[in-house]
Design a protein. Structure first.
Length: 364
């Protein structure tokens, strides 16, 4: 390619960049206008509309003709929406800290880089900050594809009045981080208990004698491991960068498809987006066939149950509540009928919320 052709292409890119800047600012001005209209109509209307954002992301994917992938287009548009929303009124989102946790990564994936994050020490604290109105939203882990449910989150959902208004699916890659020269030099391993379990096979095979210490987050594990050359952390790449810990071994998780699902907590109900999930919990009466009768409510109305999990109710010995995820929104006719039938049969039913199903953006 000759130099004149190269210069012509670069000039065309410069012109397009100028157009992009103008279009982005036009979009930002429209977002500000929408914010003003909302305030005039009803000052209590939420600025963040999860169902609207989900529809926007689906629409831009359908418009995409490449060469950028749908995932890249979605990622770019998410950041544009995040920046525009921050102009209206910055969101404050609570999540598990310190800096460098997978929960922080999930929050940024869902809300974009322009959100304000409150990094807290426990899942309970995340719930409390949103309940108190200090943060508009919270992000908490709920299940992992290898190790199953995060029981602390399920227990908090049982007692909290917060509503579920979103979910995030995050691909999890676990690395061994350490200043140790060799794996054989490591005597102590810090990590979250779920991460230790997700890497059990590799740790058993390579560091069976090392002491394993569970801590509240992988970021805290990296912070601890950095204090001693014979210590290591099992954590993500971002934690290693933040706490200046080299990766000694990459991708030590048991399953390369290891994925964690996170829930977004809020105080408002979410309207249908067209591709939704509904989460409920129920307790059943103590009689033969009770669980089968509960589940028949969904089958009878052709409602797909995508998850069921049980937890002790803490109301009596050997009494349990069941957490169920359904395909569809609580306002959908068949889902509404199924829930109505369930309320007639169950000892207790609590609708946790309906929300857009996770937009699958792969994150390493």
């Amino acid at each position: 390619m000759n130099s004149s052709k190269l210069e012509a292409l670069r000039r065309e890119i410069d012109e397009l960049d100028a157009q992009l800047v103008e279009l982005l600012n036009r979009r930002a001005r429209l977002a500000l206008d929408i914010g003003e209209v909302k305030k005039q109509v009803n000052d209590t209307l939420p600025l963040h509309r999860p169902e609207r954002e989900a529809r926007v992301l689906e629409r831009v994917k359908s418009l995409n003709t490449g060469p950028l992938s749908d995932d890249e287009i979605g990622r770019l548009v998410r950041e544009v929406m995040s920046a525009c929303l921050a102009l209206e009124a910055p969101l404050n989102v609570a999540c598990l800290g310190p800096e460098g946790t997978f929960t922080q990564a999930a929050a940024l994936k869902h809300f974009g880089q322009s959100v304000g994050l409150s990094l807290l020490g426990s899942i309970d604290q995340v719930f409390r900050e949103v309940e108190a109105g200090v943060c508009q939203y919270g992000v908490v882990p709920v299940e992992n594809s290898i190790e199953g449910a995060v029981n602390q989150t399920l227990d908090m959902l049982l007692v909290s009045d917060l509503k579920l208004c979103g979910e995030v699916a995050l691909r999890i890659h676990q690395h061994l981080l350490s200043h140790a020269g060799n794996v054989e030099d490591i005597e102590v391993i810090y990590s979250h208990e779920q991460s230790l379990a997700q890497c059990r096979r590799w740790l058993d095979a390579n560091l069976a004698e090392a002491r394993r210490i569970a801590v509240p987050s992988n970021a805290e594990a990296a912070l601890n491991a950095g204090k001693n050359e014979k210590s290591a952390a099992v954590a993500g790449e971002r934690a290693g960068v933040i706490y200046d810990l080299p990766i000694l071994r990459k991708n030590i998780e048991n399953d390369p498809e290891n994925t964690t699902r996170f829930l977004v907590l809020g105080r408002e109900t979410v309207a249908p987006s067209g591709n939704d999930k509904t989460s409920v919990l129920f307790a059943m009466p103590s009689k033969p066939g009770a669980l089968m009768n509960m589940l028949a409510c969904f089958a009878d109305h052709n409602v797909n149950m995508t998850k069921i999990e049980s937890r002790p109710s803490r109301q009596g010995m050997w009494e349990y509540v069941f957490f169920v995820d359904l395909a569809g929104h609580a306002d959908d006719a068949e889902v509404a009928k199924a829930l109505s039938d369930l309320r007639g049969k169950a000892a207790m039913v609590k609708l946790l919320g309906s929300y857009p199903a996770a937009y699958q953006l792969p994150v390493s």
